[in-house]
Write a protein that binds this ligand. Sequence first.
Ligand SMILES: [Zn+2]
Length: 283
Amino acid sequence: MISKDLFRRPNLPLESVGREPGRDAQPEVKCPGCSRSLPQDELAGNLHVCPRCRHYHKMSARARIAMMLDEGSFEELDAAVVSRDPLRFPDYRRKLDEAALQSGEAEGVVTGLGRVDGLRCGFFVMEPGFMMGSMGAAVGEKITRLFERALRERLPVLGYTLSGGARVQEGILSLMQMAKVSGAVRAHSDAGLFYLAVLCDPTTGGVAASFAMQADIILAEPGALIGFAGPRVIEQTTRQTLPEGFQRAEFQLAHGFVGRLSPRESQRALVSLLLRMHAGGAA
Ligand SMILES: [Zn+2]
């Protein structure tokens, strides 16, 4: 029998850099905000923000790297760490293969080291095209290793969270990543090192309930859905009608969960400033 592994997409950085994975054959994108069709390159040229209605379209991990890090500075880590279907969950292998093809990534997060305006940092960014950034054992392991590396090298960490939450196909192994990553974040923090998170749409479930909310400073992109359980689940459970805009970044800002909204056009400048302010003698 031929192993399906033969067909798993290898995560070679050169294969996916500089293109929008899975979107090559789709030059037009329909904006969920205003329902109009937009040329993909026009959207990409505007940091994936709709020029007509300002809707924030999802950005691939590689597009974020290009937006935030100094050109050529990104050094990817642990690209070969991938989930292995430990529970033999029905259909999971096929979904992993599909996610890899669709996103051009081998897992739901990309981690590495890079520079923002010359300042070196640990960097992680979750990939919406890979099962909506869901957190399985590999995602947790990669982020844990990143914080451990950053601790050893005394680097700050800049993280982009975007996740539907824990990966159900890995059951408890997925849930335990919350504790594992949290431990690594805590050790990094106890060493006096800085962690800055940018919450993107959506940041929910086990990711929201662990490392997304453990940052020293929490920024959020406008309109991002941020919460643990989704609004529909809460309404069905509590039998209450939720207020307008519930769990959106603006709501979370007003309720103290988020430090500041960070529009994409000024995000790099803000992140750079915050990293520099907290770099101690390194800047
Ligand atoms: Zn629009």
